[in-house]
Design a protein around this ligand. Structure first.
Ligand SMILES: Nc1ncnc2c1ncn2[C@@H]1O[C@H](COP(=O)(O)OP(=O)(O)OP(=O)(O)O)[C@@H](O)[C@H]1O
Length: 255
């Protein structure tokens, strides 16, 4: 089967620092792959390289499409979606309106057609609302569609951020520390949402320090250390890898 995401010898250089060094791995369709490693290991930089936010060498493929060298917008249009550590939701509008903003930005409904409420624009709008509600339902938060974002808990916001990233159909979802600041119950909800998305065929790439979540949701874990891929395998295998334990100096085991 063609991998959904394929990294071949990806490197990122910042002046004198090689933040990501010759990293290769694959993610299958509907697979959840976590990228873990100590602080400064190069996890966020690797995400930025895949998303086109930093210049990289090597090759990144999404299905058969070469992403390397393309712009952020071209990579997003190919089906790569991501959330950011600081969220970026609009606080004073509702959950469904936040999803609609994401849809308008990517569906390219022409402004004039939208303003004149032309039938084509109305049709697209109707389709967008249907898709947004379907997503909220899939994620178990349809009851929040009319809630203002500022009234939501951190955990609910995190799920809305993911829903907004997926408002346009995605092939690969990249999540940078989605569990930060969440309660145990909220992390359990996030865990269920990620598994549901994967069952729906979306591949998920996850950078996460909450190792309980990593071990529970991941099909595969890639460990980075000083920009280098140190290990790759199932959560159970990686957890017992001596080189990984060494990199997490001070931990007798990973969780
Ligand atoms: N724009 C940049 N310019 C120069 N150096 C950078 C830049 N971004 C990151 N770095 C450096 O690259 C290395 C990898 O950083 P990165 O943020 O990717 O690590 P990380 O694994 O995501 O860390 P953390 O878990 O703390 O978020 C670090 O040494 C960092 O200081």
């Amino acid at each position: 089967m063609t991998p959904r995401l394929k990294l071949e010898g990806v490197s990122v250089q910042f002046a004198g620092l090689r933040a990501v060094s010759d990293v290769s791995f694959e993610v299958a369709p509907g697979e959840i792959c976590a990228v873990i490693g100590p602080n400064g290991a190069g996890k966020s930089t690797l995400f930025n390289a895949i998303g086109g936010y930093v210049r990289s060498t090597g090759r990144v493929h999404l299905n058969d499409t070469l992403l390397t060298g393309r712009s952020i917008h071209q990579i997003a249009a190919a089906g790569v979606r991501r959330t950011f550590q600081n969220g970026g939701l609009f606080q004073d509008i509702t959950v469904i309106e936040n999803l609609m903003v994401g849809l308008h930005q990517t569906h390219n409904i022409p402004l004039v057609a939208g303003a004149l409420a032309l039938p084509s624009a109305r049709r697209m709008e109707g389709e967008a609302i249907r898709r947004a509600r379907e997503l909220l339902d899939l994620m178990g938060i349809l009851n929040l569609e009319r809630a203002l974002v500022r009234d939501l808990s951190s955990g609910q916001r995190r799920i809305v951020e993911i829903a907004r990233a997926l408002a346009v159909p995605a092939k690969l979802l990249m999540l940078d520390e989605p569990a930060v600041g969440l309660t145990t119950l909220e992390i359990e909800h996030l865990d269920q949402v990620l598994k549901t998305l994967a069952r729906d065929g979306i591949s998920v790439l996850l950078v996460e320090h909450v190792l309980d979540l990593v071990m529970s949701v991941s099909d595969k874990v890639v460990v980075l250390n000083s920009g280098v891929r140190l290990a790759e395998g199932t959560p159970a295998a990686v957890k017992q890898d001596p080189a990984v334990l060494e990199a997490y100096l001070g931990y007798s085991e990973l969780c």
